[in-house]
Ligand binder design. Structure first.
Ligand SMILES: Cc1cc2nc3c(=O)[nH]c(=O)nc-3n(C[C@H](O)[C@H](O)[C@H](O)COP(=O)(O)O)c2cc1C
Length: 221
């Protein structure tokens, strides 16, 4: 698979087979992803790969919290800025329509959306999950480094026939994630990521992109 194929075939997959991912494959992917660039070569990411009983433990703890009506921890970082400009708010709404529409949830069905969204904390059935932490003093450039690293992981996973879903949703239960992972003090959960073999029977809507002309300006004089 060449890089174009990896980029074009990557989607956020929200339905995985239970088939385990060999540890050697995950090690190969993460070893290669370590070549990702970072400002000043800080390599600010701290990664934890959970599978087996450790991941089950995490899922069951969060499941218990959700069943008890616990809506989550105070977020260390908001997922979107307040007053999101209309163009982005529109894309966000469109994404929700496509995502929930694909599984038959009607617009305005808040309980249905919450039920489907809770799949985040089951890793959508994936047998492995990656958690990326950053030092709490890290700044936007280091968060960008982490994003570059995570995209490298997602593309390398494609080369291995694997799929993924990056998940900021895990931050909503970051205290439980920390209980299970025990990251070093002063670290914040930047993102989780489910990893596994895509379930071919699960609807995976293709999310559109703004056209090149809307987001890229070529300047040549
Ligand atoms: C940093 C980041 C966090 C995300 N968090 C979630 C999440 O918590 N749950 C989820 O289902 N998708 C999540 N996504 C996936 C986005 O919804 C998805 O990338 C976007 O809709 C484009 O679709 P695609 O990835 O299939 O191309 C996240 C993506 C990124 C990059």
């Amino acid at each position: 698979m060449n890089v174009y194929e990896a980029v074009r075939s990557r989607r956020s997959v929200r339905g995985f087979l239970a088939r385990p991912v060999p540890a050697a494959v995950l090690t190969r992917v993460l070893s290669a992803a370590l070549r990702a660039p970072s400002g000043g070569n800080l390599q600010p990411w701290r990664l934890y790969l959970l599978s087996g009983s450790r991941l089950e433990n995490l899922k069951s703890r969060v499941r218990r919290r959700i069943a008890a009506g616990d809506s989550g921890d105070p977020l260390p970082v908001q997922p979107y800025p307040a007053g999101l400009p209309a163009v982005y708010a529109q894309r966000l709404a469109d994404m929700g329509e496509r995502r929930y529409g694909a599984v038959g949830i009607a617009r305005g069905d808040k309980a249905g959306r919450a039920r489907i969204r809770a799949g985040n904390w089951e890793c959508f059935g994936a047998p492995a999950a990656l958690f990326c932490y950053l030092g709490e003093r890290m700044l936007p450039p280091q968060w960008m480094d982490a994003g570059i690293f995570l995209q490298s992981v997602m593309l390398l996973l494609r080369a291995e026939g694997l799929d993924s879903c990056p998940q900021i949703a895990w931050a909503e239960y970051h205290r439980t994630v920390a209980e299970v992972i025990k990251p070093p003090g002063g670290h914040v959960l930047a993102c989780g990521m489910s990893i596994g073999y895509a379930d071919p029977d699960e609807p995976q809507p293709l999310m559109p992109r703004a056209p090149l002309s809307e987001v890229v300006t070529f300047l040549d004089s």
